[in-house]
Design a protein around this ligand. Structure first.
Ligand code: 13P
Ligand code: ZN
Ligand code: NA
Length: 284
């Protein structure tokens, strides 16, 4: 069965490593990241954005993820709802079998973010479901959440401490300079800020915007307390590029069982590389 992501993230934070959390949009993508976790004996967080949940239906996604976890009982697998702003959808996903949810009220004032997060913690905790909240604003584009560079806002370490205290939220995503999507140039990560937040907050921290962060910088983030890394854009690109390559070779190809094969393989390899960076090999 699927497990809550709280224990695996606490173990990662305590052990100085990180868990890869991969956004998937199709059954083949889900299978590819599961195969990567099985091959490397890594704990795994499969995640879907609100857009994907609305596209496929949370029940279908949860059913597929549950089958994956049942077929691979030695690998801890959690299913997470990414960047959700709607309480009702969070409840529906928990009912469908999600074992982790993000309430993203980062666009609201602090007190409102606290209230919305607290409400989600109150329904999730009794269900054994992990909760993630965001402080500050992660830049870039994720589904229909768009944050311009000049609107991105770093999380304040004292506010992070107060927020965790007030909400009881078990995992926190503080904005520290990364952004969704591929960076123009390099991200401007405030490592000092990560360190200050980690010294005030003992819950596992979540690194958003994982695509395009140089390897060395990911390692520094993990060493400072980032216990979960979200990766979406790079995986979509790898998967789609492999499909495009098939059609470039053979424009008449019409068998999904054929054109999906290289895409699945490429995605699996990309996920394994992220797991290597995270240091999660053998931690299952
Ligand atoms: P990227 O698209 O930059 O990998 O960000 C993923 C993310 O943070 C999902 O929540
Ligand atoms: Zn994100
Ligand atoms: Na990114």
């Amino acid at each position: 069965p699927l497990v809550s992501s709280t224990p695996m993230l606490q173990a990662a934070r305590a052990g100085g490593y990180c868990i890869g959390a991969f956004n998937v949009h199709t059954l083949e993508m889900l299978q590819a990241v599961v195969e990567a976790a099985v091959e490397t004996e890594s704990p795994l967080i499969i995640q879907s954005t609100v857009g994907t949940v609305k596209h496929l239906g949370p029940e279908y996604i949860a059913a597929a993820a549950t089958v994956a976890s049942n077929l691979n009982p030695r690998i801890p697998i959690a299913l997470h709802l990414d960047h959700c702003t709607e309480f009702d959808l969070i409840v529906r996903c928990i009912r469908a079998g999600y074992t982790s949810v993000m309430i993203d009220a980062s666009h609201s004032p602090f007190d409102d973010n606290v209230a919305q997060t607290k409400r989600v913690v109150e329904v999730a905790k009794p269900a054994g479901v992990n909760v993630e909240a965001e402080l500050g604003k992660v830049g870039g584009v994720e589904d229909d959440i768009v944050v311009a560079d000049n609107e991105a806002l770093m999380a304040d370490p004292d506010e992070c401490a107060a927020f965790v205290e007030l909400t009881g939220v078990p995992t926190l995503a503080p904005a520290i300079g990364t952004a969704h999507g591929i960076y123009k140039g390099e991200p401007k990560i405030d490592f000092d800020r990560i360190g200050r937040i980690a010294s005030k907050v003992d819950v596992p921290l979540v690194l958003h915007g994982g695509s395009g962060i140089p390897e060395e910088q990911v390692r520094r983030c993990v060493a400072l307390g980032m216990a979960k890394m979200n990766v979406a854009t790079e995986l979509r690109i790898v998967f789609s590029d492999a499909i495009k390559a098939v059609f470039a070779q053979n424009p008449d190809e019409n068998d999904p069982r054929k054109y999906m094969v290289p895409a699945k393989k490429a995605l699996k390899e990309a996920a394994i590389e992220k797991m290597r960076l995270c240091g999660s090999f053998g931690k299952a």
